[in-house]
Write a protein that binds this ligand. Structure first.
Ligand code: IPE
Ligand code: IPE
Ligand code: MG
Ligand code: MG
Ligand code: MG
Length: 301
């Protein structure tokens, strides 16, 4: 990475772009029954890192030198990610009370509205992507590939599969391949979809580029959840904006509990190095992707 790549401003720009677009996409509170719209907006705008949108922008930039084509996909993925967090925090799942530095959605709005806000964020993500105004901007194969990729990543072979494995494996000592599969599904799938849809949206990615991006994204997705597991032990609640120790409390299947802290950190570093190696073919255009990988290795929130 050249020393002058400014990741902080790339992340700030990604955040601003996606938040201002989402403001026009998410329902305004008063148009919906009761507090549904307010509940959706509460969690979406609570202040996430917007790491997945940044990845989608960075992948589009690596392929075509521009971030703009990735915007609807970046936003839809962040809506789905937000829904996954609302449901992840519910009493029936991780039972957590702090998220993005604020009381969790069910603490603020009650369980029923939290469940429904999650449901609505998921469905509305696909309403956005199938809006004729959006569809008409891309060629038919590109938009179909993107929507298919996102739906697969969210559903029963992606994030939801991982979340099901996660709750079913509480208190179990999983073997390493099973734990890896769990993490790749629950967190890796949406991260991979962010990279791939960013690349597809750029319209001109060739097979060599797509193969490199798939290898990059698979390693990065696993690394992101290993870092999350490490932070659940060693992080600081105020910086993280979510409780530390949540995994241990429910005996969750994590890398530190399976491999120990030192080995988990070594594996994290190794995965990041491998992810970065895949980017060689992109030259300077891959700098944002490279910087985002290093960010995962060192993140404290
Ligand atoms: C947290 O994701 C949940 C995981 C999949 C590990 P993030 O760490 O990206 O959370 P936000 O979006 O910044 O709040
Ligand atoms: C959740 O993993 C991943 C999701 C699909 C939401 P975690 O349960 O570890 O995420 P945090 O730590 O609550 O953000
Ligand atoms: Mg969880
Ligand atoms: Mg959780
Ligand atoms: Mg966690």
């Amino acid at each position: 990475m050249s020393a002058d790549f400014d990741l902080e401003s790339f992340l700030d720009r990604s955040k601003e772009t996606v938040e201002s677009y989402a403001d026009g996409v998410l329902p305004s509170d008063h148009k919906l029954p009761g507090v549904l719209g307010a509940s959706m907006r509460y969690s979406f705008f609570a202040g996430g890192k917007r790491f997945r949108p940044a990845l989608a922008f960075a992948a589009a930039e690596a392929v075509c030198g521009r971030v703009e084509p990735a915007l609807p996909f970046a936003t839809a993925i962040e809506m789905i990610h937000t829904y996954s967090l609302i449901h992840d925090d519910l009493p029936a799942m991780d039972d957590d009370e702090l998220r993005r530095g604020m009381p969790t959605n069910h603490v603020k709005y009650g369980e029923a509205i939290a469940i429904l806000a999650g449901d609505a964020l998921l469905s509305d993500a696909f309403t956005l992507l199938t809006d004729p105004k959006i569809v008409s901007v891309y060629d038919g194969l590109t938009i179909t590939r993107c929507i298919n990729e996102i739906a697969k990543a969210a559903g029963s072979t992606g994030m939801v599969a991982g979340q099901a494995m996660d709750v079913l494996s509480e208190g179990c000592q999983l073997d390493l391949p099973t734990l890896e599969f769990l993490h790749i599904c629950k967190t890796g799938a949406l991260i991979r979809a962010s990279v791939l849809t960013g690349a597809y949206s750029a319209g001109i990615a060739n097979e060599e580029q797509l193969t490199a991006l798939k290898s990059y994204a698979s390693r990065l997705g696993l690394a992101f959840q290993i870092a999350d597991d490490i932070l659940d032990v060693e992080g600081d609640t105020e910086t993280l904006g979510k409780p530390v120790g949540s995994d241990e409390e429910r005996n969750a299947a994590t890398y530190p509990s399976r491999l120990g802290m030192q080995e988990s950190k070594e594996l994290l570093a190794e995965l990041i190095d491998q992810a970065v190696e895949q980017l060689a073919i992109f030259g300077e255009k891959g700098e944002a992707l490279k910087a985002l990988a290093f960010y995962v290795a060192g993140r404290d929130r």
